[in-house]
Design a protein around this ligand. Sequence first.
Ligand code: CAA
Length: 248
Amino acid sequence: MDKNNKRIALVTGATGGLGTAMCEQLAKDGYHVVGNYRSKQKADEWMEAMKNNGFNIELFEGDVCSFDSMGAMVSSIEKEIGPIDILVNNAGITRDGRFAKMSLDDWNAVINTNLNSVFNVTRHVINGMIERQFGRIINISSVNGQRGQFGQTNYSAAKAGMHGFTKTLAMEVAKYGITVNTISPGYIGTDMVMAVPEKVREQIVAQIPMGRLGGTNEVAYLVSFLASDATSFVTGANYSINGGQHVY
Ligand code: CAA
């Protein structure tokens, strides 16, 4: 809680398409939202744009690939704002390419940013949540961790790993009032998806029964739901949000 008794929510990768929508929604819900960022220039522009839209969201610098950087960031947030009640592990990247041609750098970058990041941040907040007997951890995975995607061995491995993490941590901390859940978005209209070559993207959209990309706000609503008190008995779950692209 902050000094006004508002729950504090941290969103990693806040300045991206999904992160921005999550920050806005959680702020509308009445949380004290803080975001994490890596690129200073993007952060300044983002905060300005958010202010113009009526959202006053502080950003804290840090590299999710670094355990020590995340430790320092979490300490600063705790000192300046208060302890983190809701953590959204959202930061992620792609480095797509067939495995037969994949470089070690592209493998490591994706595993570090998308999977090791979950350890690097969560490990610094979990004991505080245990002490306070409350917490919400929401891991943003992907449909491509559930089903695989040509050109994404690194990404699919990391995203599937996130849900393995969710399931086990959910069991370990359930008795302390902490829930841990995964959201697996399909193809959402973000820069990440728009970076897929247009022809390939059109083929992908053709496989989505709803016939369109998802909206960032649609994923943000699900984050809002899982952050709320209403979901106190939901833990270890994986919520699909993909327009029917992958049903099983
Ligand atoms: N199924 C089967 N074969 C495929 C294929 C597919 N989906 N996609 C490409 N191929 C085949 C091509 O037909 C071609 O085969 P031939 O050589 O026999 O003609 C071969 O793969 C081409 O491979 P290249 O190594 O030359 O690679 P490329 O430069 O054409 O790029 C790719 C391949 C990187 C996979 C590219 O197709 C691509 O970007 N695909 C989209 C991947 C994708 O969906 N990424 C999601 C990003 S968004 C995201 O990740 C968010 C989220 O969570 C959903």
